[in-house]
Write a protein that binds this ligand. Structure first.
Ligand SMILES: [Zn+2]
Length: 162
């Protein structure tokens, strides 16, 4: 579990858990130095704002996959004084992928794939599926390298962002 506190400007002021050993290095830095995924930045910003505005904590599940592993995560955010917040992120489940994700052939340009930043499914309009399922479907072109862009699927938008 990674636990950190952010001041009103999203700079790290304190760490606990798995990040306690790196405290000296991360305190004072903006959290955005460590959240690289553009889609996740959007989601985090939305959730941080919501907690600060509502003055109430929330938690939500999301997927944070790597090429070799599927990771189900849970994020807990609660408000502190002066628009500071505490964020705890835990890995609920980490599953090794049975086979490499995407075969790449470079010469034929890119296929665009929309990925949900929260549940990590791929999709278009009403069709959303895990990568393996999506790759087997006719709407995700896996003969070409895939360039991923980020969004939030209709289910997650309804469930989490309200
Ligand atoms: Zn989703």
């Amino acid at each position: 579990m990674i636990v950190y506190e952010l001041n009103q400007a999203d700079h790290i002021t304190r760490t606990e858990g798995d990040w306690s050993e790196v405290t000296d290095r991360v305190v004072g830095r903006p959290i955005w130095d460590y959240v690289r995924d553009a889609g996740l930045v959007e989601v985090y910003q939305y959730l941080f704002d919501k907690v600060r505005q509502d003055g109430a904590g929330l938690s939500c599940g999301y997927r944070c996959d790597t090429p070799s592993h599927i990771q189900r995560m849970r994020l807990h955010i609660r408000p502190l004084e002066q628009r500071a917040i505490q964020v705890a992120s835990e890995v609920l489940e980490r599953i090794e992928r049975p086979s490499p994700v995407v075969a790449i052939s470079v010469e034929r340009g890119f296929a665009l794939a929309l990925r949900c930043s929260i549940c990590a499914r791929y999709g278009r309009s009403q069709d959303w599926a895990d990568l393996a399922e999506a790759a087997a479907s006719d709407w995700l072109d896996t003969d070409r390298p895939i360039r991923v862009y980020h969004g939030i699927c209709p289910d997650c938008r309804e469930g989490i962002l309200g």
